[in-house]
Design a protein around this ligand. Structure first.
Ligand code: KG4
Ligand code: ZN
Length: 343
């Protein structure tokens, strides 16, 4: 089975060809980061126009690189949500037009579903397993029970973890997306200089809250600006304190989520992390250790499959097609498409 996947939910225009033997035959990602840099975040209308102009090139390149003919495709999978309306429309109209013209099934894929199924593209991970999705828009513990059956064990009550990284980076004077800048800064920071309270550390559930942490960083920066200048070392110390608070709360909540998963399913064999923030090495190392302490396997995708890409969409399309789940061409895009609403 060979599937073309298309992703355009945020600021990456991406297309990929993946087969059911788990070969990624092509994986083309056109990032709009430079386009949005000056705005401090993604501008929806600008993103939609950029998707429109790059989509033909990205798809043509994905097909050409894979050396697969259009007629040998078994279906076209496309993200229909969650995400920005204009971008979702560009991707889904393109996918539906191709599906109609080639007479191949159209497969609607939830963007979050694609992230949490990625580890199955990379290895042999049977259901059920526990996933932690940490991206720019979402922070969720998910019990992945089967294709289309996802149970949320915990979520963020306000900002997503990636958003907290991005806002903290911005306060320190770094461009969007800020996660990698914070990671780099924190490497040179001193843990003893500042401390931020890990949010919701003592609540006995798997929910997160990150907006207070961002406010604490903002207040610290303001107080420092009036006394001493924000030197590179002070910035590194703040980034380190931010990362330490994030690691502390991730440690606590992951242990609670594992406990809940064990109670619900009796076994806990595989723990996976996905989403852009999963690129962070300290976070990966922490989660890996927690999995090992619980005698479970840990799977974190390689960096290029952590962030948004279309190989994950093509793979989710394969999983859905193998489960006989295809969609009509009248399927609408859903900017707020929740994982719980996936069938
Ligand atoms: O999954 P993704 O590419 O897009 C969404 O679906 O949101 O995630 C993007 C997020 C951004 O917030 C970015 O700052 C964060 O992932 N990120 C990181 C790192 N690399 C990317 N956060 C922390 N450390 C990193 N190394
Ligand atoms: Zn994503």
């Amino acid at each position: 089975m060979i599937i073309l996947g298309i992703e355009s939910s945020c600021d990456e225009t991406a297309a990929a060809i993946v087969d059911s033997e788990k070969n990624i035959l092509s994986n083309i990602v056109f990032s709009q980061i430079d386009t949005h840099k000056g705005y401090g975040g993604v501008v929806p209308e600008v993103a939609a126009r950029s998707h429109l102009s790059s989509m033909p090139y990205v798809i043509t390149k994905a097909i050409g690189t894979s050396k697969v003919s259009l007629s040998s495709l078994d279906g076209i999978a496309c993200v229909t949500g969650p995400g920005l309306y204009g971008g979702l429309l560009v991707g889904s109209i393109t996918a539906k037009a191709m599906s109609f013209a080639l007479n191949k099934p159209f497969i609607s894929v939830n963007h979050l579903e694609a992230h949490i199924l990625t580890p199955r593209l990379l290895g042999n991970i049977p259901f059920p397993y526990l996933a932690l999705l940490i991206s720019g828009g979402h922070t969720q513990f998910v019990a992945v029970l089967s294709v289309g059956n996802y149970k949320i064990l915990g979520t963020t009550l306000d900002d997503a973890l990636g958003e907290a990284f991005d806002k903290t980076a911005r306060l320190l004077g770094y461009d969007y997306p800020g996660g990698k800048h914070i990671e780099e800064l924190a490497k040179h920071g001193n843990s003893a200089s500042f401390k931020f309270k890990p949010p919701l550390l003592y609540t006995k559930n798997c929910n997160f809250s990150f907006s207070g942490l961002k406010t604490a960083v903002s207040q610290k920066i303001q107080s420092l600006q009036s006394s001493l200048s924000l030197t590179q070392q002070v910035k590194a110390d703040i980034a380190k304190a931010f990362e330490d608070a994030v690691l502390a709360v991730l440690r606590k909540k992951t242990c609670l989520a594992i406990q809940k998963f064990k109670e619900d399913h009796g076994i806990f064999r595989n723990f996976v992390v996905s989403g852009g923030v999963a690129a962070n090495k300290n976070i990966r190392a922490l989660l890996n250790k927690i999995a090992l302490d619980n005698n479970a396997n840990f799977c974190a995708p390689p960096i290029n499959l952590c962030g948004d890409n279309a190989a994950m969409v093509a793979w989710a399309g394969i999983e859905r097609l193998q489960a006989n789940s295809t969609d009509s061409l009248s399927t609408i895009v859903k900017p707020n498409f929740a994982l719980e609403d996936v069938k």
